[in-house]
Design a protein around this ligand. Structure first.
Ligand SMILES: Cc1cc2nc3c(=O)[nH]c(=O)nc-3n(C[C@H](O)[C@H](O)[C@H](O)COP(=O)(O)OP(=O)(O)OC[C@H]3O[C@@H](n4cnc5c(N)ncnc54)[C@H](O)[C@@H]3O)c2cc1C
Length: 383
């Protein structure tokens, strides 16, 4: 769209039967299309500074202005996350309308099979070959193959000797270890606020137990930092001093059970699992200090060693990808291959949960489109 606005003859090639399928399912069908606070601090990358330039030149306010110009009602759900009041389809429709107005030609049901370059790029597709002086690879990552993810972007990178950072699923549920599974699998559906830590990252949001592992925003966020074998630290007290609280109740002579004290902030069935780890069935007033300490430590210091992640089938994003060291942060162009650009999720820039990944997609696309536009009115762009 941005390239076309600058007079470039632009073709968008999509192998699915419609464009923007990930937008359609995003945010539970309401598309969390940006985050008011999006900044470099919300992204993972080998080079945390790479995203700075593009994010500064296309801000959440720019996308919001577009949404407002199309009269799409939206609201802030939490933590700066903006969602459509209605349907994510409104965002896709908005982008298609804008692209059409700029003169973009869209070919759906057209799969890119390979790419080569002589003077110009030659893109071989299921509908024949297209030639262009600029090629923008916006193929996304490996997440949710049933929605069209193919890994084609990485193959194109490899073809042009563009280095890749190893990929892994991000924003993905973590699986219980064999030891934890029998204890927690039956608690599927329970949710509670928690602080989840992994590799120095810390997220205070809600946690959801499923029949195979842990999910919910706090865990999904931490999962993007998780590497196989890591321990994930979980504080189900969400910052409260559970030991001090239990001790206080005991000193007050509480006749309540430990599980009841925990159930003040945990779902009762989850509270029971943790109460059983240290305390017996006697009232709080009769519990020894060691029992209260054991229960409190278990609640606030749950050390999960996941068996792994739920994989690309369940991952919202793919971490890693095209090494930013090969790209210009201003134009997204490969330094060694003039005219070749990578944008969006295929690049080694991964946002937190909360609208950051779309903001990166919009911002990197804008930077790239502007650069292609500036490169000359006679150039033809194939995205
Ligand atoms: C369930 C889910 C919910 C999400 N919710 C949010 C959210 O609310 N907010 C947010 O910010 N992010 C969200 N994300 C992440 C966000 O959707 C992605 O980061 C974003 O879509 C990446 O944009 P992209 O253009 O780089 O890639 P994609 O949106 O993945 O688009 C790539 C396109 O390339 C096409 N393609 C691939 N291979 C070929 C080929 N060989 N030939 C032709 N076409 C090809 C694919 O069909 C696809 O349409 C969500 C992701 C998922 C899976």
């Amino acid at each position: 769209m941005e390239a076309a606005k600058h007079g470039q003859r632009t073709l968008l090639v999509e192998h699915g039967d419609e464009v923007g399928r990930k937008i359609l399912i995003s945010g539970g069908g309401r598309c969390n299309f940006t985050n008011l606070d999006a900044g470099p601090q919300n992204f993972l990358s080998q080079n945390p500074h790479f995203c700075r330039s593009a994010l500064a030149r296309y801000r959440p306010a720019d996308f919001i202005a577009l949404v407002e110009a199309h009269d799409i009602p939206y609201h802030e759900k939490t933590l700066g996350q903006l969602f459509c009041d209605g349907s994510a389809r409104q965002i896709v429709q908005m982008l298609v309308t804008e692209a059409a107005a700029a003169g973009v030609r869209i070919e759906v049901g057209c799969a890119v099979e390979s790419v080569e370059k002589a003077d110009r790029f030659r893109v071989h597709t299921s509908r024949g070959a297209f030639e262009a002086t600029a090629l923008v690879v916006a193929t996304g990552g490996l997440s949710i193959p049933k929605l069209g993810a193919t890994g084609m972007g990485y193959r194109i990178a490899t073809h042009f000797a563009v280095p890749l950072i190893a990929t892994r699923p991000g924003l993905v549920p973590l699986l219980y270890s064999a030891a934890d599974r029998p204890r927690f699998a039956g608690l599927s559906g329970l949710s509670t606020p928690a602080i989840v830590r992994c590799r120095g990252a810390r997220f205070s949001e809600s946690l959801l137990l499923t029949h195979v592992g842990l999910s919910g925003p706090a865990v999904l966020q931490a999962s993007s930092y998780y590497q196989p074998g890591d321990i994930v630290d979980i504080d189900l007290g969400a910052g409260r001093d559970v030991y001090a609280d239990l001790k206080e109740r005991r000193q007050a002579g509480s006749k309540a059970l430990v599980v009841s004290a925990l159930a003040a902030f945990l779902p009762r069935r989850l509270a029971q699992v943790f109460a059983d780890l240290g305390a017996d069935g006697r009232p709080l007033a009769e519990q020894p200090d060691s029992a209260l300490r054991a229960v409190a430590d278990a609640v606030t210091g749950w050390r999960l060693t996941p068996e792994g992640t739920a994989g690309y089938e369940k991952a919202e994003v793919t971490c890693g990808g095209v090494d930013t060291a090969a790209l210009s942060s201003k134009t997204m162009e490969v330094a060694a291959v003039p005219g070749l650009h990578f944008i969006g999720e295929v690049v080694d820039v991964t946002g937190w949960l909360g609208g950051y990944n779309f903001q990166w997609a919009w911002a990197s696309a804008f930077a790239c489109g502007q650069a292609i536009g500036a490169a000359g009115a006679s150039r033809e762009a194939a995205c």
